[in-house]
Design a protein around this ligand. Sequence first.
Ligand code: SF4
Length: 412
Amino acid sequence: MKSFNIPEYYRSRIISPLKEFRRKRDKLKRDFTPTVLDFGPVRFFIARHFGFCYGVENAIEIAYKAIAENPGKRIFLLSEMIHNPDVNRDLQDRGVQFIMETSGRQLIPWEQIGPDDVVVIPAFGTTLETQRKLAGIGVGIEQYDTTCPFVEKVWNKAHQIGQKNYTVVVHGKPSHEETRATFSHSKESAPTVIVKDMAQARRLATYLTGESPTEWFYEEFKGQFSEGFSPETDLQRIGVVNQTTMLASDTQGIADYLKQVMIRQYNLLPEEVDSRFANTRDTLCYATNDNQDSTYALLDHPADFALVAGGYNSSNTSHLVELCEEKLPTYFIETEQKILSRELIRHFDLQTKQEVVTENFLPGRQPVTILLTCGASCPDAVVEGILMKIVSFFENTRTVEEVMDAIEQTYA
Ligand code: SF4
């Protein structure tokens, strides 16, 4: 895979070489077993795949290039570059301004953007409405468009389904930039509706079968359907695509469920299913699949707790947290600074969407075993910071050099 030029301070003297050892040893990515970093009194099981993906590295390279190539010009990002606070803060420190919040709320009015300004499109892509707005202002977006090719692949899939007269059901978070962008592109080719989870898929099915009155649909799916959408006529042939960072099992569950509803509704024989339900595989990207599969492999190993690093608004990271939480105590943290002391950790609660502090998160007995991973937008340097902070709470640990030598010998 292509390598990118990203600032050195996002790399790590531990994590980056470790990934490289594993990559060289397993180029076809068949081995999902974690890497063990054994410091003696504390040891870490590190996921086989995690951290910056193709789309994120591509976006970071382009954004820093935009800064370097345009001295004296105002540089804007449509919204957060990726969902990582460190990366976004660093760009803001270099003078980059955000036009919108992640939710789509405008921070800088369009009237304040001019044709001489540089606007960088984030990895999630953007809506056609925003593209047209920028074109109207006279801002060229092609040069610094960091839209991930794996997101564009979803748009293409939605287009293909639409061309065959299927309605597109998007499994995604309705307020997420990527899902808003996918919705915008999809509705050009097909009636489109977003479902955020299985509960909404079940509700959608009641309109498909006629169990719920049509008029309820417009209130229940407000903001999640394309203009002119008719639950009576637009749910007779459907296909599912998804946000690239959803949980694979959730999308599979939703697609299987809607397919069964179609089969029952129209008494379909196996060879007739395609006439009502487009035969698509999910549109998750490779990084989401690799990171989720690596997390399942990580969870095969008994441990005291799991640490998952990443931005709290990162979709792919939150799904890794959900997987870990099913098995063992899990702490979702942005950076090492959230580890307040040997006793206290401040971490994000996915249910309440707030940070909470947990006491005595490190067990007293030794050795302590920790599962460690992070999302696709988290720099290796952040993972190293977390790891070393934990190691600093223990005495008589092996040195980093000793641990890395052992890793090199294992994977040489
Ligand atoms: S998580 Fe996937 S879709 Fe998103 S930027 Fe990375 S590779 Fe692209």
